[in-house]
Design a binder for this molecule. Structure first.
Ligand SMILES: *[C@@H]1O[C@H](CO)[C@@H](O)[C@H](O)[C@H]1NC(C)=O
Ligand SMILES: *[C@@H]1O[C@H](CO)[C@@H](O)[C@H](O)[C@H]1NC(C)=O
Ligand SMILES: *[C@@H]1O[C@H](CO)[C@@H](O)[C@H](O)[C@H]1NC(C)=O
Ligand SMILES: *[C@@H]1O[C@H](CO)[C@@H](O)[C@H](O)[C@H]1NC(C)=O
Ligand SMILES: *[C@@H]1O[C@H](CO)[C@@H](O)[C@H](O)[C@H]1NC(C)=O
Ligand SMILES: *[C@@H]1O[C@H](CO)[C@@H](O)[C@H](O)[C@H]1NC(C)=O
Ligand SMILES: *[C@@H]1O[C@H](CO)[C@@H](O)[C@H](O)[C@H]1NC(C)=O
Ligand SMILES: *[C@@H]1O[C@H](CO)[C@@H](O)[C@H](O)[C@H]1NC(C)=O
Ligand SMILES: *[C@@H]1O[C@H](CO)[C@@H](O)[C@H](O)[C@H]1NC(C)=O
Ligand SMILES: *[C@@H]1O[C@H](CO)[C@@H](O)[C@H](O)[C@H]1NC(C)=O
Ligand SMILES: *[C@@H]1O[C@H](CO)[C@@H](O)[C@H](O)[C@H]1NC(C)=O
Ligand SMILES: *[C@@H]1O[C@H](CO)[C@@H](O)[C@H](O)[C@H]1NC(C)=O
Length: 485
């Protein structure tokens, strides 16, 4: 009942967007299913390949295809124009391969007709694999030289940001951590028989909450139950507990409202998002699709900075494999060869899919504690600027690094380097307890839904008729993805 109502709502929603033009998108994507981090090198599995490929297909149907539900202005629909795409992933087999798999879904082989070129001497050459399209995946260009990869258990070390490492490590000395470590001691001991091949009595504690969860989570997907020692210990309740503890552990390492530098991964990502979307606008949608593949920790850091935990406590949990968050540049102004909207006519919509978008609904959420899911571009830039770190000098001073790549910038910024990390853009949210924030989040979400419904009542009906006429009665809702089990 409720889901069919939501489905109806989302189909009306797609009609409401009929006048909107998407000028460009930025998609940040998690890798698909992979092998456990306990056994390096970590690799993308066939299941993971399918997940990212499915997500690529989903975004193709939304943005790229000739009859896409929300086509991107000026995008090439079949044969890829590499100038329209910017794809980045850290140099690692899980994330690089996830990007490649996604791109196969986004721009599949074009077949013999389109995939053939004519040479000067009259010979026709067909691209291999039925017109397979080659799309480069670039190494992530972040403010620091190091970028997160999937080969290490905890990713902060790879950020190379001294103050972030110090801040994350401080969590291990917090009372909250000590209490969790103590209160979960016997829980972890109880599952030792399952993981004793990899963990010892000493390492089987909350300190390794993520690594333990990861090993068991991967095993429940890939190992036959007979091959998991003491498999009977892994009840649903225990699995849920392992996941919840890992969520708690990782969120605390990735974000702290009173120490924003801990979320350095989210800060550098924020700068990249603004820079890329801005270049889409400045270039009048000549380059309109930006994609970056990265780790769950970057999601968590960004979620914290963007105040998404106020919308739902779900945003403090590790997102599922092949999750994606998407920033759409949208406008209601006329877009054509001769007229491109000005900055104040452009807005941003934020969407998130928890798991591959082919199976999990891509849902809009309000950023920065606002109550609208579509906000003006200028507001978006101002809010992101509160925590974005996009240039080497700022990165070096905020991170307190003065050697290596920071040696040249150290001289000019050394005076303010340690004090600068104390400014807290999110401190206003620090006083709200999780429970209260959850209630507020639920109410905001409800208000958004109710408000939306009211708009649907007012204008939805008219649009329904016109769209039906236009498309010959073939109204296809854009979010018919099955609800995740
Ligand atoms: C339009 O989409 C439908 C499925 O959604 C597909 O079967 C059809 O081939 C598409 N048409 C074009 C021209 O791409
Ligand atoms: C045409 O040129 C291509 C590439 O140089 C060559 O492989 C092919 O044999 C040529 N065809 C003819 C008919 O000369
Ligand atoms: C920043 O400083 C930390 C701690 O000294 C160091 O581990 C890290 O490699 C430095 N990062 C860079 C990019 O130089
Ligand atoms: C755990 O906490 C209890 C009381 O809260 C304390 O008595 C006990 O010594 C603690 N155990 C460890 C291992 O710290
Ligand atoms: C495992 O560690 C716990 C807590 O450190 C301790 O109480 C227990 O005796 C140890 N068990 C074994 C078999 O060493
Ligand atoms: C799952 O299988 C792999 C090898 O196939 C093994 O290394 C791993 O220990 C197994 N996981 C568990 C929890 O037994
Ligand atoms: C455990 O969860 C799985 C799927 O999540 C479900 O199929 C199964 O019925 C659950 N088992 C119990 C005992 O609840
Ligand atoms: C967008 O790019 C233009 C040209 O490079 C620059 O002048 C402007 O400051 C940028 N705006 C933002 C919000 O980054
Ligand atoms: C949070 O997650 C639960 C369970 O997956 C889901 O039912 C709920 O709709 C989610 N809340 C939001 C705001 O997405
Ligand atoms: C995504 O799903 C996981 C459960 O698999 C949950 O723990 C997490 O909170 C969810 N995240 C969001 C943002 O819904
Ligand atoms: C476009 O207009 C619709 C209907 O008036 C509105 O809901 C939507 O938010 C507008 N979009 C933008 C980007 O202003
Ligand atoms: C939410 O929307 C209402 C009505 O548009 C507005 O009055 C209120 O200030 C908004 N709240 C926030 C936090 O933006």
């Amino acid at each position: 009942m409720l889901s069919s109502r939501l489905l109806l709502l989302s189909s009306f929603f797609s009609l409401l967007q009929a006048d909107e033009t998407i000028l460009g998108v930025y998609i940040f994507h998690r890798h698909g299913d992979r092998t456990s981090k306990s056994f390096a090198p970590t690799t993308l599995t066939d299941l993971g390949y399918c997940q990212v490929y499915g997500s690529g297909e989903f975004y193709r149907n939304r943005y790229i295809d000739a009859n896409a539900s929300s086509p991107i202005y000026g995008i090439s629909s079949s044969v890829v124009k590499n100038s329209q795409l910017s794809v980045e992933a850290p140099v690692d087999t899980v994330l690089q391969n996830s990007a490649a798999g996604f791109l196969q879904g986004l721009y599949p082989p074009v077949g013999a007709t389109l995939g053939t070129q004519l040479l000067a001497n009259g010979t026709r050459v067909e691209a291999p694999l039925g017109g397979f399209q080659l799309i480069p995946v670039n190494a992530v260009a972040s403010a620091s030289s190091a970028a997160n990869s999937e080969n290490s258990a905890w990713l902060q070390g790879q950020s190379g940001c001294a103050n972030a490492i110090i801040s994350s490590n401080a969590y291990f000395y917090s009372q909250e951590y000590m209490n969790k470590l103590n209160s979960t001691m016997s829980f972890y001991q109880s599952i030792l028989p399952v993981i004793s091949g990899t963990f010892t009595n000493a390492t089987d504690t909350f300190k390794n909450a993520y690594s333990i969860y990861d090993l068991i989570h991967v095993s429940t997907i890939h190992n036959s139950s007979a091959s998991i020692p003491s498999d009977n210990l892994l009840t649903n309740e225990t699995l849920f507990q392992l996941q919840t503890l890992a969520d708690n552990h990782e969120f605390n390492l990735a974000f702290n409202s009173s120490e924003p530098i801990r979320a350095i991964a989210g800060s550098t990502l924020a700068a990249q998002i603004v820079q890329q979307l801005n270049s889409t606008i400045v270039g009048k949608s000549k380059s309109q699709v930006s994609l970056q593949f990265g780790a769950y920790a970057s999601f968590l850091s960004f979620f914290g900075l963007a105040q998404l935990p106020q919308v739902s406590e779900n945003f403090t949990g590790i997102c599922d494999y092949a999750s994606s968050m998407t920033f759409e540049l949208v406008t209601n102004a006329t877009v054509s060869n001769t007229s491109y909207p000005s900055n104040d006519q452009i807005s941003i919509r934020f969407l998130f899919s928890n798991g591959t978008a082919s199976e999990n609904p891509l849902t809009a959420y309000p950023l920065f504690g606002q109550n609208e899911t579509v906000i003006p571009w200028t507001t978006f830039v101002d809010e992101m600027d509160n925590f974005a770190i996009g240039d080497q000098a700022t990165w070096c001073s905020q991170c307190g690094n003065s050697t290596g790549v920071c040696a040249s910038t150290a001289a000019s910024t050394s005076s303010g380097s340690s004090a600068s990390s104390t400014s807290s853009p999110t401190s206003s949210s620090g006083g709200i307890s999780k429970a209260v924030a959850g209630v507020i989040g639920a109410m905001v979400t409800l208000a958004v839904i109710l408000g939306l419904e009211a708009i649907v009542m007012l204008i939805g009906g008219l649009r329904l008729v016109s769209k039906k006429r236009l498309s010959g009665g073939n109204v296809t809702p854009e979010t018919v993805a099955p609800v995740k089990a």
